[in-house]
Design a protein around this ligand. Structure first.
Ligand code: AMP
Length: 408
């Protein structure tokens, strides 16, 4: 047994998962939320040892507790109590390493990194670029290092996979001095998922990663698409922040920046209003009143016009990026779909690739509609481009990277 604990810490909550890296299976997972509220919530799930199939194969038991959780350190105490009372026992099999999801690694971190006091300072300093995320990630790191002082802690950055972008791909065409002095450039996000999916696709097809041109659509509540050449990210739709690119659950994605000048000058909106508008009240939510594609689907079936338009805008953008990335890569060998929408919405996948017959992309409707779980092919046998559905597993990828650093 080689247990690795993975922590994904937000400002008022954190998620954790304990994996056994000998089998790559989940042993336990949990969520500690409403940290700092009068009443917090902690949920701990223990998984039975599965006999086969991808983890987690089936639930053993979930326990939810309500109690005040004043800060992240207290939250880690609650997590440790849950492991002690419900298992698996960390006293018997302590984690060999702890992996932390960190959103922003700037241009400094391009690989998983052993956390030292200096690395903590760097993550803190990068809060300038990710004011909502990095301080929250750091709070989790500090609390986890206090709870597990004797094991290596590793930071796995959402931006790291995209550090292979060329200057042509990551540079915005604005005054170069302004950009340099404020570190304005494209960074890209969801890197852990794009890396996991592109590697899983190559392994599934039994083809060398180095030979494949891939496009990965990570379509969840947040959404991004990446062009990957030989395992290296060469273009990605999220930019300086996760706001750029595709239409998302609540984010606008690409928009003419002059719209913001107009809204500031004519509608009297402040920078904070605009931030909130584009990040929290746009995308599917702004267009159709829900950020959940299942609701949009139901509304389309009821004939709601705003839902039909939202879906069309969403798919139109996907198609534009598919075409752009086919051009950047000079064609593709594999196109994969992942995350909540990508794994579960056949009509989105079909819509995104519908017009790409000219590029050798041919979806098999029955395969696309199939509810089969796990990684699978949805293109026809004759399709020059293999199209896949690949369930993402960011925790497993973080655990793998954490172990590789811990063992180095
Ligand atoms: P994620 O961020 O990867 O957890 O994805 C969450 C989103 O996936 C939800 O907001 C839904 O829009 C979408 N989603 C989840 N399940 C389904 C489903 N069965 N059909 C369509 N969309 C789904």
């Amino acid at each position: 047994m080689t247990p690795v604990l993975v922590i994904n810490s937000g400002s008022s909550s954190f998620k954790y998962q304990l994996l056994d890296m000998d089998s790559e299976r989940t042993l336990a997972s949990g969520l500690v939320e409403r940290i700092g509220d009068p009443m917090g919530v902690a949920r701990h799930t223990v998984y039975a040892t599965p006999t086969d199939g991808p983890s987690p194969a089936f639930l053993d038991a979930t326990r939810t507790r309500e109690l005040p959780i004043p800060d992240h350190t207290a939250g880690f105490g609650v997590m440790l109590e849950a492991f002690a009372s419900d298992g698996p026992s960390l006293a018997e099999t302590p984690p060999v390493a702890v992996g932390h999801r960190v959103v922003h690694g700037g241009a400094r971190f391009f690989e998983p990194t052993l956390i030292t006091p200096l690395v903590e300072i760097n993550i803190d300093e990068l809060s300038v670029l990710a004011p909502l995320h990095n301080p929250a990630n750091l709070a989790g790191i500090v609390a986890a290092r206090a709870a597990f002082p004797d094991v290596p802690h590793v930071a796995v950055f959402d931006t790291a996979f995209h550090q292979t972008l060329s200057p042509a791909a990551y540079t915005y065409a604005i005054d170069a001095e302004v950009a340099a002095s404020h570190r304005i450039r494209r960074y890209g996000f969801h890197g852990t998922s794009h890396k996991f999916v592109s590697e899983a696709a190559a392994a599934f097809l039994g083809r060398p990663l180095a030979e494949l041109r891939q496009i990965v659509f990570h379509l969840g509540n947040g959404a991004s698409v990446t062009a990957i050449d030989g395992g290296r990210s060469v273009d990605t739709s999220m930019g300086f922040t996760p706001l750029e690119g595709l239409v998302m659950g609540t984010r606008s994605g690409d928009i003419d920046p002059a719209v913001l000048f107009q809204l500031e000058r004519r509608a009297g909106m402040t920078v904070d209003d605009l931030d909130e508008l584009l990040n929290k009240r746009s995308g599917l939510l702004g267009l159709a009143g829900s950020n959940d594609l299942r609701d949009i689907r139901a509304a389309i079936e009821r004939g709601e016009e705003r839902a039909i338009l939202a879906f069309e805008v969403y798919v139109h953008r996907l198609r534009a990026y598919a075409g752009a990335y086919l051009a950047q890569l000079g064609g593709a060998d594999v196109i994969s779909f992942t995350a909540g929408v990508g794994e579960n919405a056949p009509h989105v996948r079909a819509g995104a690739l519908e017009t790409l017959g000219f590029a050798g992309v041919e979806i098999d409707p029955a395969r696309n509609e199939s509810r089969e779980r796990g990684i699978r092919i949805i293109s026809t046998d004759a399709s020059a481009v293999t199209v896949l559905v690949v369930p993402t597993d960011e925790e497993l990828e973080i655990a793998r990277q954490t172990l590789s650093v811990a063992r180095a």
